[in-house]
Ligand binder design. Structure first.
Ligand code: SAH
Length: 466
């Protein structure tokens, strides 16, 4: 971060601007929103500046800036749109102790003005360190659309209520009250009955929340999808937004955890595939302990929680403890892997069913109905199969599967570091050894990448990238 965003207290502060043309006008329109004392120096002021001076909104001195003019100012804008004049005025300002911004001169500026979304007292500042003004404008437009214009009014009313709301215990209860006000009750009351109505609604709402029974703890078992944060469901996102405690597996991408509330407690119960069962006991105990404090808990699992997610064990433990739960499904690794190779998981005339298997389970390499799997046209998504690949290969060949059966391994499906290894049953184990994959990988048995369909059978080789 080359520029650190801060919000500067401007009330009663002196702010100086040199210039009287378009650049000066653009900056002044923004600066006039603040409570600073604005002094403008220019021999040639635009008519608007003269008007603003007449309305006492700023002080205008109709001459070029001189030494001494910036004394005591916190900020200075050089807006003469003339490199030499800007250099002269900014040297004065710097000597007199103000932070300097030179319009359209990032390199010599000590601070830059962000794009601003103004819902005073809510202000959003958007900066790209000068790298992409177009992007800043697009983000601003997006936010302008998203944030209701009444947000400022709601916030001002809410601010007067902060004291009264302290009657609610800090944390979840107080947060629920404010969330209800800002996102549900407040906007409705403001639209229907104006500011007075919104204020009254706040009173009633506070009473309701003060008298409400304490919320029971709850566990949402949430599928985080294969890794790409954009593949989270809207429900999963909302659950992450609201969680007090997030208990997650090792496979959850950091970008997804980033979406949690800042105040949420994150607990990594990192276990890979089928971990020892004592882990399960510990995880259940953790969930139950937090739920008893009334916490909203997200138990975040990679992919879909109902696929190799040890969901039932956790549900049984929660039921036994009388803790309420819900399940939010997620996108499973097989779906992401199939998408990455342009394949569908079922196809008319090829495979009307898809098997979901695991390469190994708590007891070691998993036994399957090998004869059925060996039949031509069978397709399977095999989870946790890297270690068991040689075993799988041996069993399938022994049961008569064609050595040319396509097998595609997708590592880190949907993530930036996704790799695709195209192989076939005959060379599967050797290909995997050579590829030295370290990320989570899923094996698509009977499926080849779409582009390669016409060439099968062929000598497999590692293909990297999506
Ligand atoms: N519930 C998860 C599976 C958990 S078991 C789901 O529905 O996807 C863990 C196994 O899932 C890993 O060993 C790997 O086989 C697979 N897996 C999970 N995320 C993956 C990803 N991004 N890419 C490839 N395989 C993945």
């Amino acid at each position: 971060m080359k520029h650190f965003p801060i919000f500067l207290a401007m009330e009663g502060q002196k702010l100086v601007l040199s210039g009287g043309g378009d650049a000066a006008l653009a900056k002044l329109r923004l600066l006039l929103k603040t409570e600073a004392r604005i002094e403008v120096f220019t021999a040639d002021p635009a008519p608007e500046i003269v008007t603003w001076a007449g309305e006492d909104r700023l002080d205008l001195t109709a001459r070029a800036l001189q030494p001494g003019d910036v004394a005591g100012a916190v900020l200075f804008y050089a807006a003469d749109e003339d490199a030499r004049e800007d250099a002269r005025t900014s040297a004065i300002a710097r000597a007199e102790g103000a932070l300097v911004n030179i319009v359209d001169n990032l390199a010599d500026s000590q601070f830059i003005t962000p794009a601003i979304v103004d819902r005073d007292p809510v202000t959003v500042a958007i900066g790209t360190e000068g790298a992409a003004p177009v992007l800043a404008r697009a983000i601003k437009r997006d936010l302008e659309e998203r944030l209701p214009v009444t947000l400022g009014a709601l916030t001002r009313i809410g601010k007067r209520f902060r004291r009264a709301a302290e009657g609610l215990p800090f944390g979840r209860k107080r947060r629920d009250f404010w969330a209800d006000y800002y996102f549900t009750t407040g906007p409705r009351a403001l639209a229907e009955d104006g500011p007075q109505g919104a204020e009254e609604a706040l009173n009633t709402l506070l009473d309701t929340h003060l008298n409400a029974a304490p919320r029971a703890g709850h566990v949402a078992l949430v599928g985080a999808g294969p890794g790409d944060p954009e593949l989270l469901t809207l429900k999963a996102r909302r659950a992450l937004d609201e969680a007090d405690v997030i208990i997650h597996d090792r496979l959850i991408a950091p970008e997804i955890l980033e979406l949690a509330r800042r105040e949420a407690t994150l607990i990594d119960v990192g276990k890979e595939g089928f971990g020892p069962s004592t882990d399960q006991t510990r995880i259940a105990a953790l969930m139950i302990r937090h739920a008893r404090t009334g916490a909203q808990i997200v138990r975040l699992k990679s992919g879909d929680p109902a696929i190799y997610g040890r969901l039932d064990e956790e549900l049984t433990a929660l039921d036994a403890a009388g803790v309420g739960w819900s399940i939010i499904p997620g996108l499973t690794a097989a779906s992401a892997a199939a998408a990455s190779i342009g394949q569908s998981l079922t196809q008319r005339g090829r495979n009307s069913s898809l098997r979901i298997l695991t390469g190994h389970d708590t007891k070691g390499f998993a036994e399957q109905d090998w004869a059925a799997l060996a039949r031509p046209g069978t397709a399977a998504a095999i989870y946790m199969a890297k270690r068991g690949a040689r075993f799988l290969q041996g069993r399938l060949l022994m049961h008569g599967a064609s050595p040319q059966t396509p097998v595609t391994i997708v590592e880190n499906a949907s993530r930036a570091d996704q790799t695709v290894l195209q192989s076939c049953l005959a060379t599967l184990a050797a290909d995997l050894d050579r590829a030295e994959m370290s990320g989570p990988a899923i094996l698509l048995y009977g499926l080849a990448p779409r582009a390669a369909l016409a060439e099968i059978p062929q000598v497999p080789e590692a293909a990297h990238g999506p």
